[in-house]
Design a protein around this ligand. Sequence first.
Ligand code: ZN
Ligand code: FE
Length: 779
Amino acid sequence: MDWKKGITDLAIRNDPARIRLTVRGRVQGVGFRPAIYRLAREMELAGFVRNTRRGVVIELEGSIASIERFGENLATKLPPLARIDSVDAAELATSGTDGFTVESSEEPGHGEALYPVDTAVCADCLLELRDPDDKRYRYPFINCTNCGPRFTLIEGLPYDRPLTTMREFEMDPFCRAQYLDPADRRFHAEPISCPDCGPRLILLDARGEGIPGEPLSEARRMIEDGAIVAVKGLGGYHLACLATETEVVERLRRRKGRPAKPFAVMFRDLDAIERYCRVDESERRLLLSPESPIVLLRRAGRTGATEPRLPVAVAPRNAYIGVFLPYTPIHHMLMEGFEVLVMTSANFTDEPLISDETELTGILGRIADAALVHNRRISHKCDDSIYFVPAGEVVPIRRARGFVPEPVTLYRCGDAPLLALGGQEKGTFALGSEGKAFLSPHLGDLGDYRSQANYRRELDDFKRLLAIEPEVCINDLHPDYFTSRLAAELACPVTVAVQHHHAHAVSVMAEYGLDEPVIGVTFDGTGFGSDGRLWGGEILLARYADFRRLAHIKYLPLPGGEAAIREPWRMALMHLWNLHGDLLLDRCERAASMFEGLPAAEVLALAQRGINAPLTSSIGRLFDAVAFVLGCGHRVSYEAEAAVALEELAVRHGPTERCYVFGMEEGDVVVIEPAPVFEAILQDLGAGVSASEIASAFHNTVACLIVELAGKLARREACGEIVLSGGVFQNRFLLERLVGNARQEDCRWYQHRLMPPNDGGLSLGQVQIGAARIEKGLI
Ligand code: ZN
Ligand code: FE
């Protein structure tokens, strides 16, 4: 944002003059007002700076030369977390006032101004934390206007201490003086506190009773001895334990009821990460960013036999490890004793994150041997965000801490307040108003009633905080999603159900504000189709308000419904049936041995008779089937486990020239026939090609399908833009193959950068579809 130009363009008439600047962006709760104050004083300008519901208002009075110098200098004086999206400037009559003041916030109310995100502890605070002469030496709750908790403390807007959970602590004179001093780094640092007036740490044992001694060093000692300790973070509890001991990690898996889903690990510093993982420049920047997300990194190269390795149990059959750095003072002090720890969300599988001491009783003694707790209340549960960086592009997998509740600007949106409820397995909602979408944090799998209760609570809270009462509610077409039932219950004046893959495609379109129409390649596990079948391998012609299906993977039965998602062998059976016909179990020797010990004949009979075998065009299920054929196992314990194992196989081999080719049934809607791919895979297996090379070749095959078919359809429909969405685009190996291939095409390719490609991104697409339909008079 060019400030200088904003002020020059104003063509100020008077000298001395008075101007008013209305600034929007991330300008509240980030030390913006003190920065303005200091600069205005330096330039000898009079006036004030004030937080309002519409952003920050600045009035400056003085000579034109001083005002211009203010404009020139501001860009370099902005606090690190501030971000300016727009500035409106106007000239006023001079008032002759003296001095410059920081005015307190307007009355609580609805905020167009962004509300602030949780931020990793800053370098200045870390220095003080380690300085024996500082009053906050080793104080676990040190923060300033540039860092610390925000969203997870907020109970109202605008962002001000009385509207946060820190209102429960009365500032002592020391903190109050800093809080009120515009020249201090802690001026209006709402969570400010010190050892004399702030929250306190306690270490609880398995029965919930206090353990004597210094809590942090006791916790470190217990972890060192192999214990699992719950640690209160910004948006909830983590479970911390030794990442380097297989026995400890496996114990955590047993207790948590989580046999295979990867655990995130926290490293002491970047150096430690680089000893275990490969890190490129954009990954390094992301790890060190104020948002401090979990980043999925490649394990260290195969050549490095001397490099230290984490036990397989941390992330079994996974080519990547989820890695992050300490982001609270407590983490920094905890990590003093360790190079790396497992730090996974404290919950039972599929239940929401634990954030409250009353919820702790459920895990203390059952999962955790002890808990490092404190009395600063968490107002919003908020998981760690997860990112990955395929081919240099930063893509979210989970959008939560550090990003929520910053809104996303919608492409076209009137004033009508909208609510989009998202999907099911990776719950998020979006509230749309005045051209912006406010996204909830990741709310987990909504199959569990505790997650549903948390979803409702968070939705009520967002509506209250933003003072948005939705008039239009948008939900997924799927009749059995929790969110679809909720839509009926909420009884908004208008409720609209939109198709799953349409919402996926529009989610990307909204992020970039693309002109319609685009080709939408939406590849995922499953989403409810307009024809009542389970879609998942779709190429669409997508507009904001509607879409047309251009191509899909051939329909095959999903024998046993949900059971076929948990048991990938069932889909492998369907693909072999598709290839060989009814007598496959008699005629195909390989099939007979492949399904040994599994009820293949019974499941085949179900499919043949069409009993509990809904038709699906899912490409996720094709990945499952190939994974099973290549020996990745017949059962999965978490979503996409088979595809993750297949990718790991492919990564182990690396890129290959080998590639298979899908069949095509041309027509108005192109049907993609997977039989030739299966035939070639079985042939290669028979010829002794390694499973890992076949896995690599299969990724090439899907990449070629996307590039060639989407490219062809783009030419046919005369549009040059292709968007990629759906959980399949979390497959980094596939994306890297795609980048190589896509360069040769004359289309522009877009993938997610603000929202996850998985169903966590649906709510943004839904809200944008709702806005477009209103604009077109369709609602
Ligand atoms: Zn700080
Ligand atoms: Fe999906």
